[in-house]
Design a protein around this ligand. Structure first.
Ligand SMILES: [Zn+2]
Length: 403
């Protein structure tokens, strides 16, 4: 009899625990290109609230290359770029000659995406998920995307995105999403156009911070303030560039045969047959304001060699320098962009932000740099579900921020 009593107490505790994890909520927000220090300008009262009442990291390290689609995938899959396969915003499958390209159907084709996004892991474990945008969330296979997913429209009103999230959170429990992503591109657009230190940049920073405030208010109004965790991140930082700081690789490689992808902060070169040594040597001899690597000798800390789609030669510009050809130099001079990203991911200016607030997080806890690949295992821990095998992120590097 006594044994039976203990058994029932045990069952009761277990069901409370299961209930608790089913009652976890996370809203993962991304402000594109929000550099680590934008939140230290005294113009972000809502981020300041997260710092005061939650967890703040001094910076959030992206993977190389510090570009948008590759890093949103790293955040949501917990994998290095060479492993999840989105090796740049634009690249070629050298076997089929097909291209992955932003703004094209290819970004919805599942075959390019080798990682398992967190929403897929969650749904497999019976947790409903939703996305009001996240680069790479609109895949063509149903089980690889959130239950509720919006088709990307950059101009969709900012506050209305939050209103939809509030509606999702008020759905009946069996169909209510517990993990939701939210994304805004404004800070990236302004960073490129006006530069990270412009007054226009500060306008964009204030604007997205006010949306964050609106989200906090909305969640409070529907009575869910104490059950929702907010995690605010960005995919990369931004640095000043100038037409005065350029390296014209077309001039350097004059007479050699090759194809390129990317350009600007980094360049991917596929040499024509038999040209690899010559191209590498030519670039190595002229190495000034950039570093040239082959797939074999690129330092391990870039985690950028394993994938078969990564071309043979990789060139990384020094921070603030741009790799150009004759055509792109002309365009750059005619319409100068003021900021860019994609550089060495260890450069602090390429780092983004990480703030977290909610019932699962420590209060007023300040920590150093967090790596973006560690968010996925953190999410698994919050929902108490097993992470996908083969991830690169590690809970032991981030778990200490939880209560
Ligand atoms: Zn971005």
């Amino acid at each position: 009899m006594k044994r039976l009593k203990y058994f029932f107490i045990f069952l009761l505790i277990l069901s409370f625990q299961l209930l608790a994890q089913r009652n976890s909520y996370v809203i993962l927000i991304s402000f594109d290109g929000f550099r680590y220090d934008y939140a230290n300008r005294g113009i972000t009262p809502n981020i300041d609230k997260m710092k005061k009442e939650g967890v703040s990291a001094s910076s959030f390290q992206p993977c190389f290359p510090s570009k948008t689609f590759p890093n949103h995938q790293s955040i949501i899959t917990g994998m290095y770029i060479e492993n999840h396969g989105i090796i740049a915003n634009k690249f070629e499958d050298p076997f089929t000659k097909e291209h992955y390209r932003l703004g094209k159907k290819s970004t919805t084709q599942s075959k390019w995406y080798l990682g398992e996004p967190f929403w897929e892991t969650a749904e497999r474990n019976g947790i409903k998920t939703a996305s009001f945008y996240w680069p790479g969330s609109e895949l063509d296979l149903k089980y690889r995307r959130p239950t509720y997913v919006k088709h990307y429209n950059q101009n969709f009103p900012y506050y209305a995105r939050v209103d939809t999230i509030a509606k999702w959170l008020q759905m009946p429990n069996p169909i209510r999403p517990h993990f939701i992503t939210l994304y805004y591109s404004l800070t990236d657009t302004y960073g490129h156009r006006f530069g990270p230190n412009s007054k226009e940049m500060n306008f964009a920073i204030s604007r997205v911070d006010s949306v964050l405030g609106y989200l906090f208010d909305k969640v409070k109004k529907i009575g869910m303030k104490d059950s929702v965790n907010f995690i605010l991140v960005s995919d990369h930082g931004m640095t000043d560039i100038s037409p005065k700081r350029v390296v014209n690789y077309e001039k350097i490689l004059n007479g050699l045969k090759y194809k390129t992808e990317a350009g600007g902060p980094f360049l991917l070169i596929t040499p024509a047959k038999g040209e690899k040594e010559k191209i590498y040597k030519r670039l190595k001899t002229n190495e000034d304001h950039y570093k040239v690597y082959t797939k074999e000798n690129i330092p391990k800390y870039f985690h950028y060699s394993k994938n078969p789609f990564i071309p043979e030669v990789i060139v990384i510009a020094d921070l603030g320098w741009e790799l150009v050809n004759n055509k792109s130099l002309k365009e750059f001079k005619a319409h100068p962009m003021k900021g860019d990203h994609g550089f060495d991911n260890h450069q602090l200016n390429m780092h983004g932000i990480f703030f977290a607030l909610g019932p699962n997080f420590k209060k007023g806890y300040k920590t150093g740099t967090i790596r973006n690949i560690d968010v996925y295992p953190l999410l698994c821990k919050i929902f108490n579900i097993p992470p996908h095998a083969g991830i690169d992120g590690k809970l032991e590097r981030i778990g200490y921020i939880l209560k």
